[in-house]
Design a protein around this ligand. Structure first.
Ligand SMILES: *[C@@H]1O[C@H](CO)[C@@H](O)[C@H](O)[C@H]1NC(C)=O
Ligand SMILES: *[C@@H]1O[C@H](CO)[C@@H](O)[C@H](O)[C@H]1NC(C)=O
Length: 509
């Protein structure tokens, strides 16, 4: 089990800084093993696991603090950041996995789900669907993934996730089957089931009161849309914790993806610290959002055509500059170069670009490359033969980027899409690892002032630093706005209920 931990020091008027380190904890799994049979619920087991890890971690942090080992400094002009990678990390024998006992319950029926969207939207949806199935005491059929979305990846669940681990690690919560039993399959083939898109941002009571009776009546219910179908807030903590358990424990990528991910991280680590830049400057993003700042006329036309060609992208007439000034556009590569430099990111740091093809190619990447010469991506770190099996599968390639993003010293997304949010939340879970959450609305205004000469570099840089001092993925409360779920913080970006243990007093340590 890889556990990452970060601790807050109070930098007073200055910046709140995080202490980061990566250590492999091998003991934790064994400590609990003898207790395992006592705990019937995996939630309990999981909480114990977290507490154990936290306890061990506290001691590790203290030991490290004593050791006074100072790691590489990535952010210039910021307080020193101790960064230690102890030797334990080198032994990476996988922790032995003992499956929990099956939960015995009266099955109320079968739930089929078809996820929609890209990898990370589906990831969050899978967590929600498991949680709903658990709560309704139904049997979940392994979720079907979206093959018709923009990315048109033919991958099925088991091409991306370790399906057996998914099923067994959750079996003390809910029964999950790879497919319907033959008798029910017949019924479904005959159309004897109920299909519907559940209402977005619903409370669990909606599923109890509206969906459960349908399951009982039809035996098989198919939820044919899954994005954001469970509320961010106002849910019992065991529901929130189960969402996390699925996200952080049960969903594991296939061994091929894990292997490639570890290989990339090893190559990067050998050369020192690295930053992952989720540069969401890809054609689909720009066509969809209508953000054309920095594009030439031919490109603008190409993006516009693509937007009009895709029927489910509803917004067609878009004022790019207005949208950009509202902070609704991904930063361009040029803007990103300025911002990273202004933040004081070391120009020699390795920057791993977690993205598909950058729109405009080399021309648009030139300024970023000249500011940060050590730009790498999976295609430059691995041999083509290593990527052969996954390169035509956008979701599997995205999964690889996800793994590298989790491991990085700093994660910077240039847009707040699903990948940015889910990775942000996962990094919080791994010990509030540094994620720089760019304030794009503020930044584009400052960038324009700087490039028009009405703001000096030094002022630009210090305002940018100041504005982001508290946007580093440190602990904070999730924003709750009753009645406006779209404007709230996304549960998966800050799964607070699963992080609180880190703040609680540790009496026994
Ligand atoms: C689910 O099963 C548990 C017992 O395992 C029971 O307490 C609960 O009421 C059941 N819920 C539903 C919705 O059937
Ligand atoms: C979901 O099912 C409903 C009811 O059968 C149908 O009207 C709707 O088009 C389906 N949606 C999708 C995305 O398949």
């Amino acid at each position: 089990m890889v556990v990452r931990c970060a601790k807050q020091s109070d930098g007073k008027a200055n910046h709140r800084e995080e202490l980061e380190m990566g250590i492999k904890l091998l003991g934790a799994g064994k400590v609990e093993k003898s207790k395992r049979s006592i705990w019937r619920s995996s939630i309990k087991l999981w909480i114990i696991r977290v507490i154990t890890s936290v306890l061990l971690w506290t001691s590790v942090i203290q030991l490290i603090a004593l050791g006074e080992m100072w790691g590489p400094k990535l952010l210039k002009g910021w307080p020193d950041c101790p960064d230690v990678t102890p030797a334990v990390e080198k032994s990476n024998a996988p922790a032995e996995f003992v499956p929990p006992p099956k939960r015995i319950y009266k099955n109320n029926g079968y739930l089929m789900v078809s996820c929609n969207g890209g990898l990370n939207q589906m990831r969050a949806a899978i967590c929600d669907m498991v949680t709903i199935a658990r709560h309704l005491n139904v049997t979940l059929i392994v979720p079907e993934l979206d093959k018709t979305s923009f990315w048109s990846d033919r991958s099925v669940f088991q091409d991306i996730f370790d399906v057996d681990h998914f099923i067994t690690s959750l079996r003390d919560d809910v029964r999950i089957l790879k497919e319907l039993p033959p008798r029910l399959k017949k019924r479904v083939e005959l159309g004897m089931f109920y299909s519907l898109p559940p209402i977005s941002w619903s409370n669990i009571l909606y599923y109890e009161n509206q969906i459960l009776p349908l399951v009982q009546k039809y035996k098989v219910v198919h939820l044919n849309r899954t994005d954001a179908r469970l509320a961010n807030n106002g849910l019992p903590s065991e529901i929130q914790k189960l969402r996390c358990q699925v996200n952080f424990n049960a969903l594991r990528f296939t061994s091929l993806i894990e292997l490639l991910g570890r290989r990339i991280v090893r190559i990067l680590r050998e050369k020192g610290p690295f930053l992952v830049l989720h540069l969401r400057y890809e054609m689909d993003m720009l066509a969809f959002s209508g953000c054309t700042h920095g594009c030439n006329l031919v490109e603008e036309e190409e993006l516009r055509k693509m937007r009009y060609a895709i029927p489910w992208w509803k917004e067609k007439v878009i004022n790019s500059e207005m949208k950009r000034h509202d902070g609704l556009c991904p930063l361009t590569p040029e803007e990103t170069a300025l911002v990273l430099t202004a933040l004081g990111i070391d120009e020699n740091v390795q920057i791993y670009i977690a993205a598909g093809e950058i729109y405009g190619g080399e021309r648009r990447m030139a300024s970023l490359l000249s500011a940060f010469p050590n730009l790498v991506r999976k295609e430059t770190l691995l041999e083509p033969s290593e990527l052969r099996y996954i390169q035509d599968h956008s979701s599997q390639m995205a999964a690889l980027d996800y793994l590298v993003s989790l491991e990085s010293d700093i994660f910077v997304p240039t847009y707040d899409g699903n990948m940015a949010k889910v990775v942000e939340g996962h990094r919080r879970f791994l010990g509030f690892k540094k994620t720089i959450l760019l304030d794009r609305k503020l930044l584009v205004g400052l960038i324009d002032k700087y490039t028009h000469g009405s703001l000096s570099w030094d002022d630009f840089s210090s305002i940018v630093k100041e504005a982001h001092a508290n946007r580093m993925g440190s602990p904070r409360q999730r924003v709750v706005i009753p009645g406006k779920p779209k404007e709230e913080d996304y549960f998966y970006a800050n799964p607070e209920e699963c992080l609180q243990l880190l703040d609680e007093p540790l009496r026994s340590s």
